[in-house]
Ligand binder design. Structure first.
Ligand SMILES: Nc1ncnc2c1ncn2[C@@H]1O[C@H](COP(=O)(O)OP(=O)(O)OP(=O)(O)O)[C@@H](O)[C@H]1O
Ligand SMILES: [Mg+2]
Length: 252
């Protein structure tokens, strides 16, 4: 990976707290009574089998899907009281599929939200976008469209796009699952760098090596519930519940 030159050395991550959060699609309860504390500047990795509700939890945190009950506190304040646009400025999200605008350059993909949502002038939005692209090691590629970038580069543009809103929390949903194997580490290293610099992060991942190396806490979900949570050494080396033991024996 190209060396990154951080424009800002550190981030001021916010605290995040899930309080008895339940999520449903219609009558189908997908997340049940989940409580979780994420301290400022720490990284929480959520692991678990397909369909266990991991993505739905992230969607609840920034209200892409409204919680059925319970609450999410951002620096102690309920996200339910914030306007969704404002909330999504403070909580950035990066998806498995990068969701970039194909007809916009990398620079314009990153500048769009600061300009349209935050209301900065186009000039200021582009100057922030340039800084954020430099942070993810893509200063030289800013005039390229997504089509002309590798998958790993496109994902780094998506991360730059989230950073451009100066978020206090970043959510990652399987950010490397769609990448060719040789591109995965560049994006994981970038995520580890954000963590080291104090971003608060909640990362849904199948990359157990990343979770072990970077996470402050690991949360194992199954069937919409937190089955077990703890520091990575405990979760990976001494899992307590038979369900986590079985899951790890299948994925490691
Ligand atoms: N939009 C939706 N409408 C109805 N049901 C949904 C919707 N999205 C997800 N579900 C269901 O909710 C459950 C949890 O899905 P979710 O996507 O949160 O799982 P996940 O742990 O992220 O799985 P994966 O590892 O495959 O991404 C699944 O049973 C899924 O089929
Ligand atoms: Mg998912």
């Amino acid at each position: 990976m190209q060396a990154t030159q951080p424009v800002e050395d550190t981030f001021t991550g916010a605290s995040l707290e899930l309080k008895d959060l339940s999520m449903a699609y219609g009558d189908f309860k997908v997340v049940r009574h989940m409580s979780l504390a994420v301290a400022p500047g720490t990284t929480t990795c959520i692991i678990g089998p397909s369909g266990s509700g991991k993505s739905t939890v992230l969607r609840g945190i920034n209200r892409l899907h409204e919680p059925a009950s319970g609450d999410v506190l951002l620096d102690g304040k309920s996200v339910l009281t914030l306007k969704p646009d404002l909330l999504r400025m403070r909580i950035g999200m990066v998806f498995q599929h990068f969701n970039l605008f194909p007809d916009h350059t990398a620079l314009d993909n990153v500048a769009l939200a600061p300009w349209k949502v935050k209301g900065l002038s186009k000039h200021d939005a582009r100057s922030i976008a340039r800084e954020c692209l430099a942070e993810v090691g893509l200063a030289e590629r800013s005039e390229h469209r997504p089509h002309d970038l590798s998958g790993g580069q496109q994902q780094r543009v998506a991360i730059a796009r989230a950073l451009a809103m100066n978020p206090a929390v970043m959510l990652f949903d399987e950010a490397t699952s769609a990448l060719d194997p040789e591109l995965v580490n560049g994006v994981l290293n970038l995520m580890a760098d954000l963590c080291r610099r104090g971003m608060t992060m909640v990362v849904v991942t199948h990359e157990m090596g990343f979770a072990r190396r970077v996470a402050d806490q690991v949360v194992f979900m199954d069937e919409g519930e937190v089955v077990e949570a703890g520091p990575p050494a405990q979760m990976f080396d001494a899992p307590q519940s038979p369900r986590l033991q079985r899951f790890l024996s299948e994925v490691l």
